[in-house]
Design a protein around this ligand. Structure first.
Ligand code: SAM
Length: 218
Protein backbone atom coordinates (compact mmCIF):
# COMPACT_ATOMS: atom_id res chain seq x y z
CA UNK A 1 0.00 0.00 0.00
CA UNK A 2 1.79 3.11 -1.16
CA UNK A 3 1.15 6.84 -1.36
CA UNK A 4 3.01 9.09 -3.76
CA UNK A 5 4.49 12.48 -2.90
CA UNK A 6 7.17 14.90 -4.17
CA UNK A 7 10.53 15.26 -2.46
CA UNK A 8 12.29 18.66 -2.08
CA UNK A 9 13.99 18.28 -5.43
CA UNK A 10 10.70 17.49 -7.14
CA UNK A 11 11.25 13.76 -7.52
CA UNK A 12 8.32 11.47 -6.94
CA UNK A 13 8.68 9.06 -4.06
CA UNK A 14 6.43 6.36 -2.65
CA UNK A 15 5.70 6.14 1.06
CA UNK A 16 4.71 2.81 2.47
CA UNK A 17 1.64 3.35 4.67
CA UNK A 18 1.84 0.13 6.62
CA UNK A 19 5.53 -0.21 7.10
CA UNK A 20 5.44 -2.84 9.87
CA UNK A 21 6.02 -6.23 8.25
CA UNK A 22 4.36 -5.62 4.92
CA UNK A 23 7.83 -5.36 3.43
CA UNK A 24 7.70 -9.14 3.79
CA UNK A 25 5.57 -11.13 1.39
CA UNK A 26 2.89 -13.56 2.41
CA UNK A 27 3.92 -16.99 1.24
CA UNK A 28 2.63 -20.46 1.86
CA UNK A 29 4.54 -23.60 1.11
CA UNK A 30 2.73 -26.92 1.44
CA UNK A 31 5.54 -29.18 0.30
CA UNK A 32 8.61 -27.83 2.12
CA UNK A 33 9.37 -26.03 5.36
CA UNK A 34 7.40 -26.57 8.55
CA UNK A 35 4.35 -28.03 6.79
CA UNK A 36 6.37 -30.61 4.84
CA UNK A 37 8.25 -31.49 8.00
CA UNK A 38 5.02 -32.04 9.91
CA UNK A 39 3.74 -34.20 7.05
CA UNK A 40 6.80 -36.43 7.14
CA UNK A 41 7.43 -36.60 10.86
CA UNK A 42 4.15 -35.45 12.49
CA UNK A 43 2.29 -37.59 14.97
CA UNK A 44 -0.75 -38.47 12.81
CA UNK A 45 -4.09 -38.58 14.60
CA UNK A 46 -2.36 -38.38 17.96
CA UNK A 47 -1.63 -34.67 17.45
CA UNK A 48 -3.64 -32.18 19.47
CA UNK A 49 -5.61 -30.67 16.58
CA UNK A 50 -6.94 -33.94 15.07
CA UNK A 51 -7.70 -35.20 18.58
CA UNK A 52 -9.63 -32.01 19.34
CA UNK A 53 -11.47 -32.31 16.01
CA UNK A 54 -12.65 -35.85 16.86
CA UNK A 55 -10.40 -37.85 14.54
CA UNK A 56 -10.17 -41.42 15.78
CA UNK A 57 -8.79 -44.59 14.24
CA UNK A 58 -12.01 -45.34 12.43
CA UNK A 59 -13.51 -41.86 12.06
CA UNK A 60 -12.59 -38.96 9.83
CA UNK A 61 -15.09 -36.12 10.07
CA UNK A 62 -15.66 -33.49 7.41
CA UNK A 63 -14.21 -30.17 8.48
CA UNK A 64 -14.68 -26.48 7.77
CA UNK A 65 -11.68 -24.37 8.69
CA UNK A 66 -13.40 -21.00 9.17
CA UNK A 67 -10.12 -19.07 9.51
CA UNK A 68 -7.83 -20.48 6.84
CA UNK A 69 -4.76 -18.21 7.23
CA UNK A 70 -1.69 -20.06 5.93
CA UNK A 71 -3.82 -23.21 5.51
CA UNK A 72 -1.58 -25.28 7.75
CA UNK A 73 -4.23 -26.66 10.08
CA UNK A 74 -6.45 -27.46 7.11
CA UNK A 75 -3.55 -29.20 5.35
CA UNK A 76 -2.79 -31.29 8.42
CA UNK A 77 -6.40 -32.49 8.67
CA UNK A 78 -6.59 -33.13 4.90
CA UNK A 79 -3.35 -35.14 5.16
CA UNK A 80 -5.22 -37.43 7.57
CA UNK A 81 -7.89 -38.06 4.94
CA UNK A 82 -10.49 -35.40 5.77
CA UNK A 83 -12.38 -33.31 3.24
CA UNK A 84 -11.67 -29.76 4.40
CA UNK A 85 -13.34 -26.54 3.30
CA UNK A 86 -11.21 -23.48 3.99
CA UNK A 87 -12.71 -20.00 4.35
CA UNK A 88 -10.58 -16.87 4.18
CA UNK A 89 -11.86 -13.30 4.02
CA UNK A 90 -8.66 -11.36 3.43
CA UNK A 91 -8.14 -10.95 -0.33
CA UNK A 92 -4.35 -10.97 0.13
CA UNK A 93 -4.34 -14.12 2.24
CA UNK A 94 -6.88 -15.82 -0.03
CA UNK A 95 -4.69 -15.07 -3.07
CA UNK A 96 -1.62 -16.41 -1.23
CA UNK A 97 -3.46 -19.65 -0.45
CA UNK A 98 -4.79 -20.05 -3.96
CA UNK A 99 -1.28 -19.67 -5.35
CA UNK A 100 0.24 -21.94 -2.71
CA UNK A 101 -2.32 -24.66 -3.43
CA UNK A 102 -1.73 -24.36 -7.19
CA UNK A 103 2.05 -24.64 -6.71
CA UNK A 104 1.64 -27.64 -4.43
CA UNK A 105 -0.55 -29.45 -6.98
CA UNK A 106 2.33 -29.28 -9.44
CA UNK A 107 5.16 -29.98 -7.00
CA UNK A 108 4.57 -33.41 -5.60
CA UNK A 109 2.10 -36.23 -6.21
CA UNK A 110 1.53 -37.03 -2.53
CA UNK A 111 0.98 -33.37 -1.66
CA UNK A 112 -1.31 -32.93 -4.68
CA UNK A 113 -3.55 -35.74 -3.37
CA UNK A 114 -3.91 -33.89 -0.07
CA UNK A 115 -4.62 -30.56 -1.77
CA UNK A 116 -7.35 -32.31 -3.78
CA UNK A 117 -9.26 -32.76 -0.51
CA UNK A 118 -9.09 -29.02 0.22
CA UNK A 119 -11.68 -26.56 -1.10
CA UNK A 120 -10.88 -22.89 -0.68
CA UNK A 121 -13.68 -20.32 -0.40
CA UNK A 122 -13.36 -16.55 -0.29
CA UNK A 123 -15.54 -14.56 2.09
CA UNK A 124 -16.58 -14.07 5.68
CA UNK A 125 -17.15 -17.36 7.47
CA UNK A 126 -19.97 -15.78 9.48
CA UNK A 127 -21.95 -15.55 6.26
CA UNK A 128 -20.77 -18.75 4.59
CA UNK A 129 -20.88 -21.23 7.49
CA UNK A 130 -24.68 -21.41 7.90
CA UNK A 131 -25.00 -22.73 4.34
CA UNK A 132 -22.45 -25.53 4.79
CA UNK A 133 -23.77 -27.78 7.61
CA UNK A 134 -20.28 -29.00 8.56
CA UNK A 135 -19.61 -31.79 11.06
CA UNK A 136 -16.66 -29.96 12.61
CA UNK A 137 -15.69 -26.28 12.49
CA UNK A 138 -12.20 -25.08 13.37
CA UNK A 139 -11.88 -21.46 14.49
CA UNK A 140 -8.40 -19.96 14.85
CA UNK A 141 -8.72 -16.17 14.94
CA UNK A 142 -5.73 -13.87 15.22
CA UNK A 143 -4.60 -14.26 18.80
CA UNK A 144 -4.80 -11.46 21.38
CA UNK A 145 -1.53 -9.64 22.20
CA UNK A 146 0.67 -11.69 24.51
CA UNK A 147 0.99 -10.85 28.18
CA UNK A 148 4.63 -11.93 28.13
CA UNK A 149 7.43 -10.37 26.11
CA UNK A 150 7.87 -13.54 24.06
CA UNK A 151 8.14 -12.62 20.41
CA UNK A 152 5.38 -13.75 18.09
CA UNK A 153 6.70 -15.79 15.15
CA UNK A 154 7.67 -13.59 12.25
CA UNK A 155 5.18 -15.14 9.83
CA UNK A 156 2.34 -14.40 12.25
CA UNK A 157 3.53 -10.80 12.54
CA UNK A 158 3.49 -10.54 8.76
CA UNK A 159 0.00 -12.06 8.64
CA UNK A 160 -1.20 -9.60 11.28
CA UNK A 161 0.14 -6.68 9.24
CA UNK A 162 -2.17 -7.78 6.42
CA UNK A 163 -5.32 -8.81 8.29
CA UNK A 164 -5.11 -6.89 11.59
CA UNK A 165 -6.88 -8.32 14.63
CA UNK A 166 -10.10 -10.33 14.37
CA UNK A 167 -12.38 -8.32 16.67
CA UNK A 168 -15.46 -10.32 15.59
CA UNK A 169 -14.08 -13.67 16.83
CA UNK A 170 -16.86 -13.99 19.44
CA UNK A 171 -19.52 -13.50 16.78
CA UNK A 172 -17.79 -16.04 14.51
CA UNK A 173 -17.76 -18.58 17.35
CA UNK A 174 -21.49 -18.08 17.89
CA UNK A 175 -22.20 -18.70 14.21
CA UNK A 176 -19.89 -21.75 14.25
CA UNK A 177 -21.67 -23.17 17.30
CA UNK A 178 -25.02 -22.96 15.59
CA UNK A 179 -23.77 -24.25 12.21
CA UNK A 180 -21.64 -27.23 13.31
CA UNK A 181 -23.36 -30.61 13.57
CA UNK A 182 -20.88 -32.24 15.95
CA UNK A 183 -18.25 -29.92 17.38
CA UNK A 184 -16.42 -26.62 17.21
CA UNK A 185 -12.74 -26.33 18.03
CA UNK A 186 -11.33 -22.97 19.08
CA UNK A 187 -7.54 -22.71 18.80
CA UNK A 188 -6.34 -20.20 21.34
CA UNK A 189 -3.11 -19.32 23.20
CA UNK A 190 -2.63 -21.69 26.13
CA UNK A 191 -2.44 -18.97 28.73
CA UNK A 192 -4.92 -16.46 27.31
CA UNK A 193 -8.22 -15.70 29.00
CA UNK A 194 -11.21 -17.51 27.50
CA UNK A 195 -12.88 -15.77 24.58
CA UNK A 196 -15.48 -13.44 26.11
CA UNK A 197 -19.18 -14.13 25.61
CA UNK A 198 -18.80 -17.82 24.75
CA UNK A 199 -19.99 -20.72 26.88
CA UNK A 200 -17.47 -22.92 28.66
CA UNK A 201 -15.86 -25.54 26.43
CA UNK A 202 -16.85 -29.20 26.86
CA UNK A 203 -13.16 -29.99 27.29
CA UNK A 204 -9.71 -28.62 26.51
CA UNK A 205 -6.57 -30.06 25.00
CA UNK A 206 -3.62 -28.17 26.36
CA UNK A 207 -0.37 -27.81 24.43
CA UNK A 208 2.79 -25.93 25.33
CA UNK A 209 1.78 -22.63 23.75
CA UNK A 210 -1.59 -23.44 22.22
CA UNK A 211 -4.77 -24.92 23.62
CA UNK A 212 -7.80 -26.32 21.87
CA UNK A 213 -11.16 -25.53 23.42
CA UNK A 214 -13.61 -28.18 22.25
CA UNK A 215 -17.35 -27.40 22.17
CA UNK A 216 -19.59 -30.41 21.59
CA UNK A 217 -22.89 -29.52 19.93
CA UNK A 218 -26.11 -31.30 19.10
C1 SAM B 1 -4.47 -17.00 12.96
S1 SAM B 1 -4.84 -17.06 11.26
C2 SAM B 1 -5.24 -18.76 11.01
C3 SAM B 1 -4.04 -19.64 10.80
C4 SAM B 1 -4.43 -21.04 10.34
N1 SAM B 1 -5.08 -21.78 11.39
C5 SAM B 1 -3.25 -21.82 9.81
O1 SAM B 1 -3.11 -23.01 10.15
O2 SAM B 1 -2.47 -21.28 9.02
C6 SAM B 1 -6.43 -16.30 11.14
C7 SAM B 1 -6.94 -16.11 9.71
O3 SAM B 1 -8.38 -16.17 9.74
C8 SAM B 1 -8.91 -15.17 8.91
N2 SAM B 1 -10.27 -14.86 9.44
C9 SAM B 1 -10.57 -14.37 10.67
N3 SAM B 1 -11.89 -14.23 10.82
C10 SAM B 1 -12.45 -14.67 9.66
C11 SAM B 1 -13.81 -14.78 9.20
N4 SAM B 1 -14.84 -14.40 9.96
N5 SAM B 1 -14.03 -15.29 7.97
C12 SAM B 1 -12.97 -15.66 7.18
N6 SAM B 1 -11.68 -15.56 7.55
C13 SAM B 1 -11.42 -15.08 8.77
C14 SAM B 1 -7.92 -14.03 9.01
O4 SAM B 1 -8.01 -13.17 7.88
C15 SAM B 1 -6.58 -14.77 9.08
O5 SAM B 1 -6.05 -14.99 7.80
Amino acid sequence: MGRKSRTDNGEESVHIDQVEDQSEVLFCDFSGGAVGHRLRFGGGRGQDLPKAAGFTKGRTPSVVDATAGFGRDAFLLASLGAEVTLIERSPDVHAMLEEGMARAREADEKVAQIIARMTLLFGDAKEILPGLAPEVVIVDPMHPPRKTKALVKKEMRVLRSFVGADPDAEELMKVALSAAEKRVVLKWPAKADPLAGIRKPSHQIMGKSTRYDVFMVG
